[in-house]
Design a protein around this ligand. Structure first.
Ligand code: C2O
Length: 549
């Protein structure tokens, strides 16, 4: 196994998009940031040097961080932020994961521009469990704001309103031909007739689940979230933010240029959104050269995408996933947890300026919660540091295992349930315990497909469905034979998903919605997995350069 050393310089960089140049925060001046390529079993050592004027941390999304929670990255969860002018070295080993992951800033909305791909190939001498593709192309789907993304979320949290939606969707940082001032820079994916290309698709968008398709070509899904799946063929993918999907595409069409396209899947009702399409181009090398000036005969072929609210396509897609490798899904459960996930509206508190700070619907403030608790990040300590040092007053371990009140989660809900309490509440789990979490969407404000991401673990998605989860009726639908293993589950709008895992990685792990506006509103909680008895069941000592608050 190799050790890969990198330096990430976080800095303000001029970036031109949609006709204007902006000062964006990037890594090493690149947007999107550098692609990291490793083999399963390798170690990554990344020194992050903060030359920007914001606090920053980097999260290695989907990396299990077995016993190395200090390298996980979410600010105030496993570390204090790296302040301007300071640096921190993340060091971790990839253990048993293969496929596509990514890295991103985990501080405010910096990840709008601070993100990149993390590709994990099989161990040296080992091969993919499918025919080796001739080429591989990472495709990062993103969102672009003309405004400074940090200002967008600050403004929203101060006013209590929803933030402005983005100005473009992007593929590898480029909006593509359908946006103004963008067609010169459209991402080109080369392919040759007969060739197979492995597309590593990553949804790095902040707030938007996305459909993804390629004109006239089938997509063979072979992996997701760095786990292999039994191959299946589809025309369209749906990725919630945080999710990755690996697909093989075979160049079996007449040599030409075909659009690769992504557009919003909008599960929330009555919410403003952008229904424009971002494109890149699959270009056969033997295709006739495109004429400059864009004669229409030379335009790439456009695919059709599902309609923006096509939940049926989403459901049949997500139900196609089966783990390829033998699974070790726990059959018995020690910890049976039930978390509601959803939005809310807090009444304007008395001491607030209603004109400025309560700009949500009818003079309220947007909020979100799990089990009616809105998560508040600590500000003077990370939870992991507080846990290891025994510092009191940073968090409490009384997060409810079930919602405080049972109600019709998908129906019309009483106003009293719209008032989450605030807190930094965690769930303590014994090392090695077998955990099941039911994630239940609520229709408070709106039903919505929430991409729920757990740090430090891959989990099995044993079932998903619509309506209220019913433990008697729905247990018969559990797939305990070959459920997919993922780190982010797109919980159906007006529905639920059930995940299982063994708590075998000690540390402090945030479980949150990967729609970033929902993190700001509190749609998060923390699982604190205690050390086991053995030395190898304990988290390692913290690195010496760990940033303190
Ligand atoms: Cu990709 Cu906590 O995030």
């Amino acid at each position: 196994a190799k050790i890969h050393e990198h330096e990430f310089v976080v800095q303000a960089t001029p970036v031109k998009r949609l006709c204007n140049t902006h000062s964006s925060i990037t890594v090493n001046g690149q947007f999107p940031g550098p692609t990291l390529e490793v083999n399963n079993g390798d170690t990554l050592v990344v020194k992050v040097i903060n030359k920007a004027h914001y606090n920053v941390t980097i999260h290695w999304h989907g990396i299990r961080q077995i016993r190395t929670g200090w390298a996980d990255g979410p600010e105030f969860i496993t570390q204090c932020p790296i302040r301007p002018g300071e640096s921190y070295t993340y060091r971790f080993t990839i253990q048993g994961q293969e496929g596509t992951l990514w890295w991103h800033a985990h501080s405010s909305w910096l990840r709008a521009t601070v993100y990149g791909a993390l590709i994990i190939r099989p161990k040296e001498g080992e091969t993919y469990p499918f025919t080796k593709p001739k080429r591989e192309t990472p495709l990062l789907l993103g969102e672009w704001w003309d405004a400074n993304p940090i200002d967008v979320i600050k403004q929203a949290t101060q006013t209590g309103a929803a933030p402005n939606i983005s100005d473009a969707y992007t593929i590898n940082g480029q909006p593509g031909d359908l946006y103004k001032c963008s067609s010169q820079e459209t991402t080109i994916v080369p392919i040759d007739s007969g060739e197979t290309n492995l597309l590593r698709v990553i949804n790095a968008a902040l707030n938007q689940p996305l459909f993804f398709t390629v004109a006239n070509h089938k997509l063979i899904v072979v992996g997701a979230d760095a786990s292999y799946v039994k191959p299946f063929t589809t025309n369209t993918l749906m990725l919630g933010p945080g999710q990755t999907t690996d697909v093989l595409i075979v160049a079996d069409q007449p040599p030409s240029r075909y659009y690769i396209a992504a557009r919003a899947y909008q599960s929330a009702q009555n919410a403003p959104f952008d229904n424009t399409t971002t494109t890149s181009i699959l270009e056969y090398k033997s295709a006739p050269c495109p004429k400059k000036g864009g004669a229409s005969s030379n335009k790439p072929i456009m695919p059709s995408l599902p309609s923006y609210n096509d939940t049926n396509t989403v459901t049949s897609f997500s139900k196609s996933f089966r783990s390829l490798r033998k699974v070790e899904v726990p059959l018995e459960i020690d910890e049976d947890l039930f978390f509601t996930i959803g939005l809310g509206l807090n009444n304007c508190p008395k001491n607030f300026d209603a004109k400025k700070q309560c700009q949500g619907p009818n003079g309220t403030r947007f909020t979100s919660s799990m089990n009616n608790v809105s998560f508040v990040l600590p500000s003077n300590f990370s939870i992991l540091q507080a846990h290891k040092l025994g510092v009191q007053g940073v968090f409490t371990d009384d997060f409810p295992a079930k919602p405080p009140v049972k109600f019709d989660y998908t129906g019309n809900v009483s106003r009293s349930l719209w008032q989450p309490i605030q807190g930094t509440k965690v769930t303590k789990l014994r090392f090695g315990s077998r955990v099941q979490i039911v994630l239940q969407d609520t229709s408070i404000v709106t039903p919505e497909n929430h991409p729920i991401h757990l740090h430090g673990y891959d989990f099995y998605i044993v079932a998903e469905g619509f309506g209220n989860f019913d433990s008697k009726k729905d247990a018969s639908k559990f797939n305990l034979v070959d459920p997919p293993m993922r780190n982010t589950v797109a919980v159906p709008a007006n529905g639920w998903a059930v995940i299982r895992f063994v708590a075998d990685n000690p540390g402090v792990w945030i479980l949150h919605c990967h729609l970033d506006v929902h993190i700001a509103w509190g749609l998060a909680t923390v699982l604190l997995v205690e050390d086991g008895e053995g030395l190898l069941e304990s988290i390692e000592a913290p690195p010496e350069d760990l940033p303190l608050c």
